[in-house]
Design a protein around this ligand. Structure first.
Ligand SMILES: [Zn+2]
Length: 174
């Protein structure tokens, strides 16, 4: 059985969950590895998804810059103001700027807009909602679990299929 950490469902946690879910969905859409996602606070960090700064080529660097801005973008799509959405995103924007500098890409605003456009797609809104919901309940999710939720969001599998998958892993449904 996987451990289910107790998570306080304050509005902050929900915002963190939406932010991290945004990073995850962008990575999955670009077929990039993002490891696990967590909203269990550690030291000063409210949530966690690994953002890699290494890219093999310009196309990958651009995708990773979008992924870096996707936490912010998920909050914008969820209806937050620019200021609220950008709160706590300094590291994310630093990561995007590093990629932009290394690969001479367009400016940060371009990637923020690309990330918002991407996460506004209905299937991505659904995927972010689902992942955020599960993050709030479980605190931490691995990639395979989150890919399963994206398949549900895309209509490639059903909630029942997903429950079956969870049962196979010995995880109780939500
Ligand atoms: Zn982030």
């Amino acid at each position: 059985m996987e451990k289910e950490p107790v998570v306080n469902q304050t509005p902050l946690d929900r915002n963190t969950a939406i932010h991290e879910a945004g990073h995850v969905v962008a990575h999955i859409r670009f077929d990039l590895e993002c490891g696990y996602a967590s909203i269990i606070p550690i030291n000063e960090t409210a949530g966690f998804v690994t953002i890699h700064l290494h890219a093999e080529n310009k196309r990958e660097a651009e995708a990773r810059a979008v992924c870096s801005c996707a936490g912010y973008a998920a909050r914008i799509v969820a209806g937050d103001t620019e200021e609220l959405a950008a709160f706590g995103c300094d590291n994310d924007f630093d990561s995007a700027n590093k990629l932009i500098e290394d690969w001479r890409l367009d400016n940060l605003v371009t990637f923020k807009v690309k990330a918002v456009d991407m996460l506004r797609l209905p299937e991505n809104v659904k995927a972010v909602d689902l992942i955020a919901l599960h993050l709030l309940k479980r605190g931490r999710l691995d990639t395979e679990y989150m890919q399963g939720l994206v398949e549900v969001a895309d209509g490639e599998s059903t909630e029942a299929d997903f429950s079956g998958y969870l049962a196979g892993r010995g995880i109780k449904p939500l």
